[in-house]
Design a protein around this ligand. Structure first.
Ligand code: F6R
Length: 367
């Protein structure tokens, strides 16, 4: 059932190109000009009435929601808040009938996420569920459902569900933007064409697993490390850090690159690994100067950067892992892949049970 892979996690990492294709299938018009999401049953009037979006989820799904915020704000120009579900209800969130609440859940059974959905509906908001399980509690109770077709995810550490959630957000963001007229057709055409390239681009990262295994083996010798990035790179950094913690038990922290000097830089000492995501061209200069700050304190920096930026980024880092270049907004769908593989191989290197990390359950049905 692991289809020749040593662990479910590795199998699921390798299933991502298929999960991307399956999640996109039937949702992009044949001419590649538009997203068709009639299946979610949201009328144009309902879409035009949305004044605010709140994305609510836990863990990895929350991290997908952080990227979802950027996607929806950039494309549809609607303000978005992203909350951890266990915090959402207790901050007296302002939920109005013109709020769209998006709950994101692989299992569709997470207690806090389900409670947030109910709270939103009690306040008159409509709820869109992005979930991987047809017929789950979240799918049954939501007003609108967008299924991620990642297929069953067995490993406790979520991989293909996360990236499929990203794909769902891209599709939904484009759909909103087209309905609202907030993006030019040329931009949509370009996004959809670039999304079609993602599965092959992910394949090419998977082919470089051996390099990432070496990186992971050196990281596994450390007790602490940092992930840094700006914008969507920061969102991916948070997911990379969670993944590494949960299966390798190595402590790490994800930090907004520009925020380090406000305190955390004090923790940077000789030899500490820093994984820096540098995929956002308009932020290169700023992130590279943050990399200099940590290198000056002795950090060993691995840069995850776009192919083609090897010279520009390469000169500021100790090691560089190049990923295929895509549009800046789409880069999380590629840049997270090396982080998943690093976590997987780090977990193996320390001898953990990769698929069943200690203290964790696949589905958290208590609050
Ligand atoms: C981490 C992980 C968890 C889940 C979280 C939400 O790899 O799997 O953080 O993402 O428990 O679960 P779902 O998406 O089922 O609501």
């Amino acid at each position: 059932e692991k289809a020749g892979f040593d662990h479910f996690m590795l199998k699921e990492i390798h299933e991502q190109p298929k999960a991307y294709r399956d999640t996109m299938r039937g949702r992009v018009s044949d001419d590649g000009l538009s997203v068709t999401l009639g299946e979610i049953g949201m009328s144009d009037e309902q879409i035009k009435g949305i004044r605010k979006v709140q994305i609510v989820a836990c863990g990895t799904a929350y991290h997908a929601g952080l990227v979802g915020k950027t996607i929806i704000e950039r494309l549809a120009r609607i303000p978005v808040e992203t909350d951890v579900a266990s915090e959402y209800r207790y901050r007296s969130p302002i939920i109005t009938p013109d709020t769209l609440v998006i709950v994101v859940s692989q299992s569709g059974e997470t207690a806090d996420t389900l409670a947030a959905l109910r709270e939103a509906q009690r306040n008159g908001a409509r709820v869109l569920a992005i979930t991987n399980v047809v017929g789950s509690s979240v799918a049954r109770e939501a007003d609108h459902v967008l299924i991620t077709w990642a297929g069953p995810e067995i490993a406790v550490a979520s991989t293909k569900a996360y990236t499929s959630q990203l794909i769902a957000f891209y599709l939904f963001g484009i759909y909103l933007a087209q309905t609202l007229g907030t993006v030019e057709q040329a931009a949509v055409t370009e996004l959809l064409a670039a999304m079609n390239q993602l599965p092959e681009q992910v394949e090419s990262v998977l082919e470089q697993s051996a390099v990432l295994k070496q990186v992971a083996e050196s990281i596994a010798k450390h007790k602490n490390l940092f992930f840094i990035g700006r914008g969507v790179d920061y969102a991916v950094a948070q997911e990379g850090s969670l993944k590494l913690k949960e299966i390798s038990y190595i402590h790490s922290e994800a930090y907004a690159a520009g925020e380090l000097k406000h305190g955390t830089l004090a923790l940077i000492e000789d030899g500490i690994p820093v994984i820096a995501l540098v995929t956002q061209e308009e932020l290169y200069e700023k992130t590279l100067s943050n990399i200099k700050e940590v290198k000056a304190r002795g950090a060993h920096v691995l840069g995850i950067a776009n192919a083609g930026s090897e010279v520009e980024v390469g000169k500021s880092v100790d090691e560089l892992f190049a990923i295929p270049k895509t549009l800046p907004l789409l880069s999380p769908a590629i840049s997270v892949i090396p982080l998943q593989l690093i976590s997987y191989y780090a977990s193996l290197a320390v001898g953990n049970d990769v698929d069943k990390p200690r203290n964790l359950a696949k589905s958290v049905t208590v609050e």
